[in-house]
Design a binder for this molecule. Structure first.
Ligand code: PLP
Length: 430
């Protein structure tokens, strides 16, 4: 068993030695990089069973990140929704404000144990870059972050944060000058010096061992949540909900519940401006099998196999691929995946803020939106646990500018109860 931080992890013991979850996953890379990945996989195998590594990670989680994050019973939200009881796993309360710090600390600690001087990574909106720059500062590592030149301009506050934390931000000026080009540039830089540097991927994607390793570091979410639900309510939740970009917070949450066959698992994908609009990033709902960034998984692509441009209001969900374990769990029907539009996510953003005094990240708002629908479907007496992956401070200005509350009317196609619910919230405090 891979017992990183006492994992209560799926007994199917996935992935296999070559990094496959069923037919998904693996290592699809040029030969030179394959060797580099093998080195990382071997080191991870060693340190993930090393008590002193696990103890150091456990201590940082507790004293630096602030773990365990609480589970909060959202009573007012549950009452307003009029169905199942809703619980929130508060990853938004972690240092740096989201779940990404969980795997960045793990990756940076591994880099240090491997004797690397520098961690490198790509970043889109800058959230992963900031979390990794934080871990690098903490552990005294150099940090290079590759970022599309367009994103560098768009995401000025996060660029400043990374610089303050001591990271070097390297603008990538080729291609579309966004995330995909940043990944390519970071991989190339990695190949130039795999001895002194290590690539720290931002989610459960990429070649083996990254989907496994990032999942294991994130599994602390699910392990804690499972115990906390048993402590608080003496039972497991009936359903668990998490948003899926690449899928790291969701895999971290789901991994502890996969063996609990009575616990339904739901992943939530960004439907953007609608599944037929071409402006979405609903990879599982709309994707086809393909290889992206060194792994076989579902990918949003055209008929010729070219990766499609993607869109979501939540930049953390804006990725044309998805972790291979999600594709696998989808293929065997263990996890159900559901699309949520920008608009539904914004409603949830306002609803949670007003009902509970918790401003969620727009990414997490997707999970909240589906979780509320599900609570209504399941009805009273049931329990729904939602992973609140991050806080929404970063999104407030954008939402106020583009979705001001005064002009706010839900779309007609949203189910009636939900609409009533939104109106109720709006009416109560406006
Ligand atoms: C990056 C991010 C996500 C999406 O990443 P996953 O790997 O799918 O978890 C979700 N929520 C927040 C707050 C993020 O910053």
């Amino acid at each position: 068993m891979r017992n990183l931080v006492n994992l209560h992890i799926n007994t199917e013991n996935m992935p296999d030695e070559k990094g496959y979850f069923g037919k998904f996953g693996g290592v699809y890379l040029p030969e030179e990089l394959e060797k580099v990945m093998k080195e990382v996989a071997d080191a991870y195998e060693k340190f993930s069973h090393d008590p002193s590594f696990l103890e150091e990670l456990r201590e940082l989680n507790a004293t630096y990140t602030g773990r365990p994050s609480p589970i909060y019973h959202a009573k007012r939200l549950s009452l307003a929704a009029g169905g199942a009881d809703i619980y929130l796993k508060r990853e938004d309360l972690n240092h740096t404000g989201a779940h990404k710090v969980n795997h960045c600390l793990g990756e940076a600690l591994l880099a240090k144990r491997m004797g690397k001087k520098k961690v490198i990574a790509e970043t889109g909106a800058g959230q992963h870059g900031v979390a990794l720059a934080t871990a690098a500062a903490l552990l005294g590592l150099e940090c290079d972050i590759y970022m599309g030149a367009i994103d560098v301009k768009k995401e000025a506050p996060n660029v400043s944060r990374m610089k303050v934390l001591g990271a070097k931000v390297i603008p990538v000026t080729r291609g579309t000058q966004t995330l995909k080009d940043a990944v390519d540039a970071a991989f190339e830089a990695y190949l130039e010096d795999p001895i002194n540097q290590i690539y720290c991927i931002g989610t459960v994607v990429g070649p083996h061992p990254f989907p496994m390793m990032v999942r294991d570091f994130q599994s602390v979410i699910g392990t804690e949540a499972r115990e906390q639900m048993l402590d608080m309510e003496a039972q497991l939740p009936d359903a668990v909900v998490a948003c899926v970009g690449g899928g790291s917070n969701a895999m971290g949450m789901f991994s502890a519940f996969i063996d609990d066959k009575d616990v339904a698992l739901h992943g939530v994908e960004p439907a953007g401006k609608g599944l037929d609009s071409g402006l979405h990033a609903a990879t599982i709902t709309k994707g086809k099998e393909g290889i992206l960034h060194g792994t076989l998984s579902l990918v949003l692509q055209d008929d010729k196999g070219e990766t499609l441009p993607v869109y979501s209001i939540a930049s953390g969900l804006d990725y044309p691929g998805v972790g291979p374990q999600h594709s696998y769990l989808h293929s065997i029907g263990r996890v159900n995946y559901h699309p949520i539009t920008d608009r539904e996510a914004v409603e949830a953003f306002y609803v949670l803020s007003r009902m509970e005094g918790i401003i969620p990240a727009l990414e997490s708002s997707h999970a909240v939106a589906y979780g509320v629908k599900l609570a209504q479907e399941l009805g009273k007496g049931k329990k729904v646990l939602i992973c609140l992956s991050g806080r929404g401070d970063k999104d407030i200005d954008f939402v106020m500018e583009h979705y001001p509350l005064q002009e706010y009317e839900p779309e007609d196609n949203i189910q009636d109860e939900y609409k009533e619910f939104i109106k109720h919230i709006g009416g109560e405090k406006n």
